[in-house]
Design a protein around this ligand. Structure first.
Ligand code: DX5
Ligand code: ZN
Length: 226
């Protein structure tokens, strides 16, 4: 579907074969590579840091969408920008001065996104809506791949879209967590246009085919959102 981007999350890829797995999803039509950075403090899991992002940048042909699930993200913005992030998102719950953090990211020439945990109200972004390059709605609690999509997220995506529209913003909404071919069209119909998927793509025998299948599933919504 026109305008919808598929962002495979490498969290569920084989970390010893990242080059192979990223090439597969790129052949399958991935638009972005979603990179989950976790610090063991903001979320109960640890993943990767700037050196690995830099290595991925060296082999990926699609822009890197770096999702920071870390405390004090301001301290690491430059490291991830220099490592090659094209999009950088921070959790509203992890920053004290969100306006400052978003401005910092944008000043480095990178798209700045704010992320809402499932329990964080849409209103947390009300005053900053017009400044955001994108909003990431978590449809699971962050920390792990392979969790189940929280159904209430659909209504939340609609309300984020309304809030952005009210602010005169056409910023896209990204959705992350439990996305698969069965719910992708609903998520798009609700107003999301960047779909992150880890388990549904990499925990399959063929990540290339799974990427294509996700895109095909989204196209069932083409009639209403082409
Ligand atoms: C969760 C991460 C997600 C995760 C999504 O904390 O932010 O990006 O990889 O994985 P799935 O699609 O398996 O829910
Ligand atoms: Zn993510």
């Amino acid at each position: 579907m026109t305008g919808v981007r598929i962002a495979p999350s490498i969290l569920s890829a084989n970390f010893a074969e990242l080059g192979r797995d990223i090439a597969a999803v790129e052949r399958g039509g991935a638009d972005l590579i979603h990179v989950d950075v976790m610090d063991g403090r903001f979320v109960p899991n640890i993943t990767i840091g700037p050196p690995v992002v830099r290595a991925i940048k060296g082999i990926a042909t699609r822009p890197l969408d770096v999702h920071l699930m870390i405390e004090e993200p301001d301290r690491f913005v430059d490291d991830f920008v220099n490592a090659g992030a094209a999009m950088l998102s921070v959790h509203v719950e992890a920053v004290r001065h969100l306006h400052r953090t978003i401005a910092l990211i944008k000043s480095r020439g990178v798209k700045a996104g704010a992320v809402l945990n499932p329990s964080t109200p849409v209103s947390a972004l009300e005053e900053i809506a017009a400044d955001l390059d994108f909003v990431l709605v978590m449809s699971v609690n962050p920390g792990f791949g392979g969790q189940t999509f929280i159904p209430h997220s659909l209504d939340k995506i609609r309300r984020v879209r309304e809030m952005l529209d009210r602010a005169g913003s056409s910023a896209p909404i990204e959705v992350d967590g439990g996305i698969d071919a069965a719910n992708a069209a609903k998520v798009v119909a609700a107003g999301a246009s960047i779909l992150v998927a880890g388990h549904a793509i990499f925990d399959t025998p063929d990540a290339e085919a799974a990427t294509r299948a996700l895109r095909a599933a989204v196209c069932s919504a083409c009639g209403s959102h082409a």
